[in-house]
Design a protein around this ligand. Structure first.
Ligand SMILES: Cc1cc2nc3c(=O)[nH]c(=O)nc-3n(C[C@H](O)[C@H](O)[C@H](O)COP(=O)(O)OP(=O)(O)OC[C@H]3O[C@@H](n4cnc5c(N)ncnc54)[C@H](O)[C@@H]3O)c2cc1C
Length: 334
């Protein structure tokens, strides 16, 4: 049992550029097409310029469908979703791939509803079996792990978590010169739709740690003075801060800041572990971070084999110096 139609990968072009998420989605699309032995192509709401076209080509993107007028719908996801569903019908798509971000999670239910399609959010792995396609996901901050069987009788709408996206160019993918086509809906898209009037960027000081981009975490190697210095550093650098369980147990911060197996499972681009030994209960909650940097006074601390970069240093010396340097850079004086 296999799929009959095409895989459509919806790529947003913030500021007209193919960003990290877009590149990751193209890489995902190329891999998925190989797994399902199916043709694939990209869909964009903003027409790419020649530089961006070359970037699409580097990922072997065979076709790009530009939604005429799509740019004006970006602030009304319900209407954009309806439009995308019509395009998917016109292109006889079997799979519609979206990023699991603000835009993708707004579009996915609309597209699935319009197409009467199956929906799988935070999809990670796809396997073709004799009885159908097995779809596995880890959702809700990796608290849910499940595998579902898709019988391919209806289209599938899938959102892909950003942590599962890799911009790596697959060696099997040949660069292409994508065939670009413009698509315009024949029926008018209408309906009551909430419009986005503004976007407020997440505040790293309050954002849920599962969504944080950069986290500096304090372990038991911090004393009250270095802990306060670390919090000040996080504010100055505008990054999120987390703690290990013993630090939470001291009552220095709330439970939402605790990272690890019983705390938050985090997947930031950068995780900086300060005075953290690296127990399995803590490492289990950080191992999917893109880059882990550790500072510990003990060169034999178990965190070191689990990090990308390790520094043997005393936080009592390091943190005041780091703070001074950051203050000098930001404000001119320490
Ligand atoms: C069922 C269960 C669930 C758990 N869940 C979690 C969880 O979700 N999250 C979690 O974090 N823990 C959890 N734990 C606890 C976990 O096993 C460890 O005890 C804990 O992670 C250790 O925290 P730590 O690294 O801060 O402290 P420690 O293990 O005490 O390590 C402190 C480190 O700081 C270094 N250090 C000391 N002084 C300095 C200095 N001046 N400069 C630099 N480095 C210094 C030391 O060399 C040491 O490596 C759990 C335990 C159990 C039993």
């Amino acid at each position: 049992m296999g799929i009959n139609g095409k895989i459509l990968v919806f790529v947003d072009l913030p500021d007209g550029e193919l960003d990290e998420t877009g590149r990751g989605l193209l890489s995902y699309g190329a891999r998925l097409a190989g797994t399902l032995d199916s043709p694939w192509g990209a869909v964009v709401a903003v027409t790419p310029d020649s530089v961006q076209l070359a970037a699409f080509g580097a990922y072997g993107t065979p076709t790009i469908t530009c939604m005429a007028g799509g740019e004006t719908l970006l602030d009304t996801p319900a209407l954009l979703g309806k439009s995308l569903a019509k395009l998917a019908q016109d292109e006889l798509a079997s799979v519609i791939v979206l990023p699991h971000n603000d835009l993708g999670t707004s579009l996915a239910p609309v597209v699935a509803h319009e197409l009467d399609a199956a929906i799988m959010t935070e999809l990670v792995t796809v396997r073709q079996n004799a009885d159908g396609v097995r779809l596995s996901r880890k959702a809700l901050g990796v608290r849910v792990a499940e595998t579902r069987l898709w019988d391919c009788s209806r289209p599938l709408v899938a959102t892909i978590p950003l942590r599962a996206l890799s911009q790596v160019l697959m060696p099997t993918v040949r660069p292409s010169a994508p065939a670009v086509a413009s698509w315009r809906t024949t029926a008018p898209i209408s309906g009551a739709a909430a419009a986005i009037t503004g976007r407020i960027p997440a505040d790293p000081q309050t954002v849920d740690l599962t969504e944080a981009e950069v986290i500096f975490s304090a372990g038991k190697g911090c004393d009250p003075a270095t802990f306060e210095q670390l919090k000040e550093l996080c504010k100055l650098l505008n990054v999120s801060f987390g703690v290990t369980r013993p630090v939470y147990d001291l009552g220095w911060t709330s439970f939402e800041r605790m990272v690890g197996q019983t705390g938050r499972t985090v997947t930031p681009g950068l995780y900086v572990a300060l005075g953290i030994s690296g127990s399995m209960h803590h490492v289990g909650g950080i191992k999917d971070s893109r880059r882990i940097v550790a500072v510990n006074i003990d060169s034999k601390a178990p965190i070191f084999p689990n990090c990308d970069e390790g520094f043997v240093a005393d936080l009592k010396e390091l943190l005041p110096r780091l703070l001074d340097q950051v203050k000098t850079r930001i404000g001119g004086t320490p």
